[in-house]
Write a protein that binds this ligand. Sequence first.
Ligand code: GAR
Length: 196
Amino acid sequence: MKRVAILISGGGSNMLALARDMAGDHPCRPVLVASNDPQAGGLARAAGMGISTAAVDHRPFGKDRAGFEAALLEPILQARPDILCLAGFMRILTPDFVRRFQGRMLNIHPSLLPKYPGLDTHARALAAGDAEAGCSVHEVTAELDMGPVLGQARVPVLPGDDAASLAARVLVQEHRLYPAVLRRFAAGNRDPLLLR
Ligand code: GAR
C-alpha cells in the first residue's frame, strides 16, 4: 500500500477526487493533506473524510522560501509519504524540495503542457484562439510545470467561452485524469495517458 500526501492551496476539488478514488479498491491511501493556507477549504473537506491535515501558513515566512519549506516538511516527513501529489498547490517549490521527492511528486496543471506553464492558462488559450484546451498531470522537476507528462485530457473551446467557463469544463476532466494517472503511477506505469 503506497502512502500519498496531497498539497493544496484552495478548495481542493482535485484532492477530493484523488481521496474518493483511494477510498475504493486502490494501491494507495491518503496519509496527509497539507496546505500553505490555513483557510483552504480543502482542509476541512479532507478532515471530514478522516484524513490527517496540516496547515503551514507561508505568509509569516515572507521571502524565506527555505524556512517555509522546512516547516512544511515536518508534517510531510512525519506522514512518510511514498508519493506527493500537488493539487492546486500555488507555491513554487525550491529545487532542494523538489530533489527530495524526485520521481515521486506529481502535479496537475490546467493546460495542455508544454503550452501555458504558469498562471492564467485559460485566458491565454482563449487569447491564442486555440480550438482545444485541457489539463496535464506531470512529474515535478525543478523547472516549473515542465516535468515529464504522465497524462492529458482535452476539451473543446466553445464559441462564447470565457476563462471561467473554460476552466469549469477543464476541471471536470482534471477530476477524471488525476485519479487515473495516480493509479497508473503507483503501479509503476509512466506512459502518458491520453483521455478524451
Ligand atoms: C485546478 O484547476 C488546478 O489544475 C490548478 O488549480 C486548480 C485547483 O483547484 N492548479 C494550478 O494552476 C497549478 N499551477 P482545486 O483546489 O479545486 O483542486
